[in-house]
Design a protein around this ligand. Structure first.
Ligand code: B1M
Length: 213
């Protein structure tokens, strides 16, 4: 197998044996984010496909998730950091009912490395908890992540509750089950403030930078 194929296969097989030396080798050829967005994400897509076809069980997908998380934390110190000034404070949460956090945590790393102060509320965060944390932390924006189809609907409900609570800071939404169209037609009409759709973590950073300019 090529280096790229081996990297994808660690994620698919859920094994860390040989992972670190191969991540080191990959860093000789690629930047850390290219390693994540390329071979590691390819492995994750394959996991999603196999899981969908009932060829993997949840316990196996969890092992794949572990490999992805371990890889991201190994690569994190190699990412470029912008330590000039704090550009703003962003609060992140995976919405109520959803446990998927690898994407959200990647968004956290990328924003934190680029001058943002991040408050990460974790997973399965109900709107009332987001509202409470908003009042305590006073962030400049709120980022919501969700991967399940029902999470897209949960974002609509969350936006409604935030509006009722009188909150109107920009909201950034992202995650596999979400689309730009759903964001525009279903979430935006329910909220007073700006609602931005981020297709991936780098897009999230671009949007945050536009907001802070
Ligand atoms: Co689950 N899962 N899972 N899962 N899982 C999916 C999402 C699924 C598509 C797999 C499939 O069937 N093909 C499917 C959803 C089906 C649907 O609703 N349409 C699914 C299912 C069904 C489930 C369960 C219901 C399974 C079960 O129990 N029967 C269950 C749900 C439990 C719950 O949430 N209540 C479940 C559980 C799990 C595990 C716990 C085993 C594990 C998660 C571990 C963890 O996160 N700690 C897991 C995993 C790993 C996946 C897949 C395979 C991979 C997700 C991932 O981490 N990708 C996933 C299939 C897939 O997506 N291919 C699947 C890598 C990550 C970096 O990408 O999170 O998409 P992602 O983030 C991207 C962008 O989306 C974006 O940026 C990132 C890239 O830069 N982004 C943002 C994300 N959030 C953002 C926020 C932003 C900006 C950008 O701003 C705020």
């Amino acid at each position: 197998l090529s280096l790229e194929e081996r990297l994808a296969s660690y994620v698919v097989e859920g094994t860390k044996e040989g992972l670190i030396p191969d991540l080191d080798a990959a860093l000789q050829k690629y930047g850390p984010l290219e390693v994540i967005n390329g071979p590691l994400m390819e492995g994750m897509s394959e996991v999603g496909r196999l899981f969908n076809n009932n060829e993997l069980i949840v316990a196996e997908v969890l092992q794949s998730a572990e490999v992805m998380k371990a890889s991201v934390s190994y690569l994190e110190p190699f990412m470029e950091k912008d330590e000039t000034s704090v550009k703003g404070k962003i609060m992140l949460a995976t919405v109520k009912g959803d446990v998927h956090d690898i994407g959200k945590n990647l968004v956290e790393i990328i924003l934190a490395n680029n001058g943002y102060d991040i408050v990460n509320l974790g997973i399965k965060v109900p709107p009332e908890q987001i509202i409470e944390a908003f009042r305590r932390e006073k962030p400049d924006a709120i980022g919501l992540s969700g991967l399940l189809v029902k999470s897209a609907q949960q974002m609509v409900l969350t936006a409604q509750d935030l509006k009722t609570a009188g909150i109107d800071v920009p909201i950034m939404v992202g995650g596999a089950a979400l689309t730009r169209k759903f964001t525009r037609t279903r979430i935006r009409p329910e909220y007073e403030g700006m609602v931005l759709y981020a297709k991936d973590a780098m897009d999230g950073l671009d949007l945050a930078n536009k907001l802070s300019d």
